[in-house]
Design a protein around this ligand. Sequence first.
Ligand SMILES: Nc1ncnc2c1ncn2[C@@H]1O[C@H](COP(=O)(O)OP(=O)(O)OP(=O)(O)O)[C@@H](O)[C@H]1O
Ligand SMILES: [Mg+2]
Length: 238
Amino acid sequence: MRNPFKPSAGTNPPELIGRSGVLATFERGLSERSGGLDATVITGARGIGKTVMLGAAEDLARGRGWGVISETATQRLAGRLQEWIPRHAEPMGRVITVDEIHAVNRRELIQIGADLENLANDGQHVALVVAGLPALVDELLSDESAAFLRSADRIVLRNVPVDDVEESFARTFAGGGFETPAKALRQAAEATEGYPYLIQLVGYHLWREAGDGHGLTAATAARAIGRAQARIARTDLT
Ligand SMILES: Nc1ncnc2c1ncn2[C@@H]1O[C@H](COP(=O)(O)OP(=O)(O)OP(=O)(O)O)[C@@H](O)[C@H]1O
Ligand SMILES: [Mg+2]
């Protein structure tokens, strides 16, 4: 079996650990919508899982029959959204996600706010979900151009529970045909501190170290943790 762990930005992990509460809140928001524009702002440190969370919210919305527009705040975002929206009339409503919202051009943001409010005033259901880095998003929200985002729901993503990491490792490694001794799993899960990027790095290296018949042991876990930590040390997480 191929290594299922995905230690790179924006890629779906084998299991979305510890986010069922956040998704349930999002789902409740969708089902309780009465019309108008609803906005949600997701913040969290680098590698905490913002992009993956946007993807999970999109999947959930699609499954409920909502139209989904998935965007990133690069140049000409306002223009792209304007092109999308009229061509995709949705009886149910639309979920628009914008990743890296902190990078949005302020003048474009004013345009986007006006366009979305027009849609909402037409009685269309629009749910906007944006994600970005905490300090930069705070700075953005204090700008006049982001006035329409100030009443948004806020979700702050944090590290996930280490117990959930351990259970997930147990399932994923068992699914790969490995024996899953509790001690080695615990050691690996604790080393991640529940930080999503590190979960994938440790899982990835553990899978490699445990392969070729070495199995999950204290020794292979220690080697995997060492490699994951060395990789993190070389990663720019600012
Ligand atoms: N809930 C989760 N459980 C397990 N792994 C996760 C989870 N969320 C994200 N990951 C993994 O963590 C890594 C970082 O995820 P992602 O790229 O979504 O973070 P981000 O917050 O968008 O980072 P950045 O600020 O750099 O854009 C990826 O390898 C992803 O597979
Ligand atoms: Mg991201």
